[in-house]
Design a protein around this ligand. Structure first.
Ligand code: HEM
Length: 405
């Protein structure tokens, strides 16, 4: 599986991240790369993309925005891309920028997503959670993703952060789902076009009719970023990730947590018996079920990673979920443990691009998990299910059902 690099003796291990085998043997492959290779190499078109899975390597790449730029595009979207060269241009802001211009956008967005600010959303999160649980729990058995977590994350982000009119939320929910877990590249591509069009319409509307104390209106009103006025396309490119960044991730991580508890009765009993552990459960869930399998950086200069020489222009893919289960960092990494000594994971990234929605995501996950445990302290996986995962560009469970009693 591994190949020796003649000049250095460092091992590069070929891996096809879009293959069904990678999905089926995800943790075995990540573990193999961590233990036996310096880096994985996924070849896209004819370009090698170096796949970093160890905590120390991922951490060092993410923190060093001088050597590893985001400006050639970060997100690996659009379905199976084995035949295409990797993306080489940005389209989301501030993701696909480097400091200092990226920092200007963050300064504008951050005040709307502070811990204090997002705490104002808690009543809505509780109300939406309870409304969804009313219907789901009364059925006795329900689809966790479709009936509970997907509508929860989407309704909260679209109503509280984007302040979208209720009549538009279903469309955004549909596109956002297709973009990440659409069954074919065509479906994902069509969803991306629809979201961009809707975001551009939203920007035009808020430029004409700004709302008070509203993040999208602030993005529309700002007159100087990086020393000049942002274009309509740039403002739209900020709104799109605000809509989609948090709409797959929160549900996917929470889905991993609920699935784990439904299939590990002792862990469920511990948490349901002491709900002061919910914040620790959310952190352990973010560590174990971090959704992002790969985001891209581009080397700006000749450099070296894990002892492997990289030329300027080389593509490096960082695996957040891989790093979070690196045994060097987290002993017994595949075991749920609410009492770990080391809890600092990279589910939200580290360094200048650290997730702007982390406070909001944590609040949503803590509130939803606490409400579920209060209202249904005992639940289990419903029998007779064939549970399927998706693994690129994010990993999670498509769907599963639980029974409550
Ligand atoms: C469990 C939930 C979430 C996870 C695991 C997650 C994960 C991430 C990760 C890994 C990045 C870093 C990308 C990089 O290294 O280049 C990121 C960035 C970002 N996230 Fe999140 N995210 C979550 C929820 C949210 C939510 C709810 C929002 C918005 C309300 C959001 C908005 C953003 C934005 C705007 C960025 C870009 C920051 C920048 O490039 O400076 N995220 N997120």
């Amino acid at each position: 599986m591994t190949t020796e690099q003649p000049s250095t003796g460092k091992k590069l291990c070929p891996v096809d991240v879009w293959s069904p085998e990678f999905n089926a043997e995800f943790w075995q492959t990540i573990g193999h790369l961590q233990q036996n290779a310096s880096l994985g190499v996924h070849t896209q078109g004819s370009t090698p993309c170096y796949f970093a899975t160890r905590f120390a390597d991922v951490f060092s790449v993410l923190r060093d925005t001088t050597t590893y730029s985001s400006e050639h595009g970060v997100a690996i979207l659009g379905g199976d891309n084995r035949a295409e060269p990797p993306k080489n241009e940005g389209r989301f802001l501030p993701e696909d920028l480097d400091p200092p211009v990226q920092t200007d956008w963050r300064k504008l967005i951050d005040p709307y997503l502070t811990t204090k600010r997002v705490s104002e959303y808690e009543p809505t999160i509780r109300a939406v959670t309870d409304e969804l649980l009313d219907a789901a729990l009364s059925a006795g058995r329900f689809h966790v993703m479709a009936d509970f977590l997907r509508p929860l994350q989407l309704k909260v982000v679209f109503s509280e952060i984007l302040h979208l009119p209720g009549s538009e939320i279903d469309d955004w929910m549909h596109w956002s789902h297709d973009l990440f877990v659409g069954e074919t590249p065509e479906i994902a591509g069509a969803a991306f076009v629809s979201i961009n069009k809707a975001a551009e319409d939203l920007v035009r509307e808020r430029m004409a009719n700004p709302l008070p104390d509203d993040l999208v209106s602030a993005v529309c009103a700002v007159t100087e970023i990086g020393g000049r006025e942002p274009t309509l396309a740039e403002r739209t490119a900020v709104v799109v990730p605000l809509a989609i960044a948090g709409t797959e991730s929160v549900g996917t991580v929470l889905g991993g947590i609920v699935h784990h508890l439904a299939s590990h009765p002792d862990d469920l009993a511990e948490l349901a018996g002491d709900r002061s552990l919910v914040p620790a459960a959310v952190e352990e869930g973010l560590r174990m079920f971090a959704n992002v399998t790969a985001l891209q950086r581009t080397a700006t200069v000749d450099t070296e990673l894990a002892g492997v020489p990289l030329e300027a222009g080389a593509k490096v893919w960082t695996s957040y979920n891989g790093a979070n289960r690196d045994p060097e960092r987290f002993p017994d990494p595949h075991t749920w443990n609410l009492h770990r000594d080391e809890v600092r994971h990279v589910a939200f990234s580290v360094g200048p691009h650290r997730c702007l929605g982390a406070n909001h995501a944590r609040l949503m996950m803590r509130t939803a998990l606490d409400r579920l445990l209060e209202r249904a302290p005992r639940f289990r996986l419903a029998p007779g299910q064939d549970i399927q995962h998706f693994s690129m560009p994010t990993r999670g469970i498509h769907e599963f059902s639980i029974e409550v009693s």
